[in-house]
Design a binder for this molecule. Structure first.
Ligand SMILES: NC(=O)c1ccc[n+]([C@@H]2O[C@H](COP(=O)([O-])OP(=O)(O)OC[C@H]3O[C@@H](n4cnc5c(N)ncnc54)[C@H](O)[C@@H]3O)[C@@H](O)[C@H]2O)c1
Length: 270
């Protein structure tokens, strides 16, 4: 079988790291054929450093010519591109999962019966147990995210609200609410809330808290699920990506693990 032609949208921290992994580990199954980024120099730099036989294109051309599209750009891109790809009966792997829970988008995606959408677990663990618990019946899902200051700075939430004054090692809760409002407030920082909500009770019924402190060094996610099958508690302590402090290094590996599932006939876990 010929290798799948991959079209990568977004050549930032995740896109560039994932492109490296695909080139190194999956070259028999897939080849990066098209790259799209509105900072075109990022796409050209990837082509040059990895010596890719790939072209920098616009998004419509990338969708038309690729077999598998990887979105690693923004929630807006994910919301627009995902239905368009599925309508062409192709596969898409989405990283900016927050875009999928925006009003109307998930409903639109659900109406399309062609193509295949892959949503990696991203920077959290336990989606396997959550899916199993969903079969039993879930009563509540709570996510507490703790990020260092650099992992939250620049979020739209702080355009209207002052960043809290932090002293010593004191931790401050900056946000409490639903996954839907968490994604609006922190579109680039809490995609895990969107993943969790899609796998469980939906964006309006998944509870999220966001904390920060000068003492935090890792992106930590604590998840508590109450279900008819019992309680699940998970804590993940992630090292932030050296390319983007808002992104956890694990998110890239989760996308690589999803690609391994796509290319392999063996799948372990739920
Ligand atoms: N699922 C998860 O667990 C998870 C974890 C971390 C980040 N993310 C999300 O994944 C996405 C990528 O993260 P990142 O750390 O690589 O971000 P990044 O900012 O490092 O890279 C994003 C890239 O996409 C490009 N881009 C943005 N909008 C574009 C558009 N309309 N057209 C073309 N290119 C565009 C930017 O120029 C940039 O190069 C973000 O949306 C982020 O929120 C998801």
């Amino acid at each position: 079988m010929r290798p799948l032609k991959i079209g990568m949208i977004g050549c930032g921290a995740i896109g560039s790291s994932l492109a490296r992994m695909i080139h190194r580990d999956f070259s028999k199954a897939a080849t990066i054929a098209y790259l799209a980024d509105h900072h075109c120099e990022r796409a050209h730099s990837l082509i040059k450093t990895l010596k890719l036989k790939a072209s920098h294109t616009g998004i419509p051309e990338l969708i038309e010519k690729s077999d598998l599209i990887i979105e690693a750009a923004s929630g807006e891109v994910a919301a627009k591109v995902t239905p368009a790809v599925l309508q062409t009966a192709k596969q898409i792997l989405v990283l900016s999962v927050g875009g999928l829970i925006q009003p109307g988008v998930w409903q639109k995606i659900n109406r399309i019966k062609t193509g295949r959408l892959w949503v990696p677990s991203g920077a959290i663990a336990g989606i396997d147990g959550l899916c199993a618990a969903k079969e039993a019946g879930i009563q509540s899902v709570k996510l507490i995210t703790r990020k260092p200051v650099a992992g939250l700075l620049g979020a739209p939430f702080f355009e209207k609200k002052k960043f809290p004054k932090l002293t010593g090692k004191k931790a401050v809760c900056v946000f409490k609410g639903t996954a839907l409002s968490a994604i609006r407030a922190f579109p680039q920082n809490v995609n895990v809330a969107a993943v969790l909500s899609l796998a469980s009770m939906g964006p309006k019924s998944t509870y999220v808290e966001v904390w920060t402190s000068k003492a935090y060094r890792k992106n930590t996610h604590e998840i508590e699920i109450e279900a008819r099958s019992g309680t699940i508690r998970i804590e993940v302590q992630n090292i932030p990506s050296h390319l983007n402090p808002k992104t956890s290094a694990l998110a890239v590996y989760a996308a690589a693990a999803t690609l391994r599932n796509i290319f392999s006939n063996l799948k372990i876990g739920t």
